[in-house]
Design a protein around this ligand. Sequence first.
Ligand SMILES: C[S@@+](CC[C@H](N)C(=O)[O-])C[C@H]1O[C@@H](n2cnc3c(N)ncnc32)[C@H](O)[C@@H]1O
Length: 263
Amino acid sequence: MNSWMTSSFLVVFTGLVCTALFFFTVTRGALIARGLGFGERGASEHVYPIYSDMRLIKMVDFQPIISAILLFQYDRLVSKIVAELQTLNLRDREVLITSCAFGNVIPRVVGAAVASGARRVHLIDLIKNELTHARGKLGDLARKVEFSEANATAMRHSDGSVAANVIFFLLHELPHDLKGEALKEAARTVAPGGKLLLAEFHRPDSWFLRVLSWTYFKVFEPLGLALWDSHDPLHYIESLGGFSCTRSTCFFGNFQVIVATKQ
Ligand SMILES: C[S@@+](CC[C@H](N)C(=O)[O-])C[C@H]1O[C@@H](n2cnc3c(N)ncnc32)[C@H](O)[C@@H]1O
């Protein structure tokens, strides 16, 4: 019995270490390598290989894995965004999704927008493979979507051209100077009365979760910690003026959804 328990423990422990090593290699590790002069340069140099290499995208993008990464709050966060979309009159309006994300957020947001009458949904991403992958999840809904390779920090959409702009867990992956740029662009594209809907990590309320979360960010995603204080997206949007904002948090404050309504 004892040796059975030891073997089980070793198998689970090895599995967890291998998983952590895999994720480190395809996220922070790749950025460290790029900092040393290896691999990707240019506008997409901050994008992890996990989002640019089609084999990695297909290997990782399974709903249970993605839900687990967001501590099983994924569905709740997407539902909040969908519910906010449903409060808008989208008849003959356009909706923008600024960057792709894993899981079912894209089909759910597109489905909700189309069901509420949206004429068109624009889905943009820096990486073509992400757009191709997202298209594959949309089935018939893809007919309502315009897919564009574009940079969230320099959008081609004109001022006030969309009724809603959804940004799902993009900011924590952007270098700090680009976080503000992306938010400024997102705010610019929203029409008066429209909404900027943003889901992100947030500073946890309890010190225990804060320590765990801080460790996670330091190891895997160091660009995310600034969202807790110096680059709080809510403060940034408020500083732009012309928006009324609400923030709701969940899972002991670990995640947030910001709803910024343009006046
Ligand atoms: C939105 S985040 C999603 C991360 C999150 N962990 C998830 O649930 O999948 C990753 C996406 O943002 C895209 N991206 C990163 N920087 C971008 C930028 N400046 N403009 C547009 N898309 C960007 C990446 O290519 C990738 O598809």
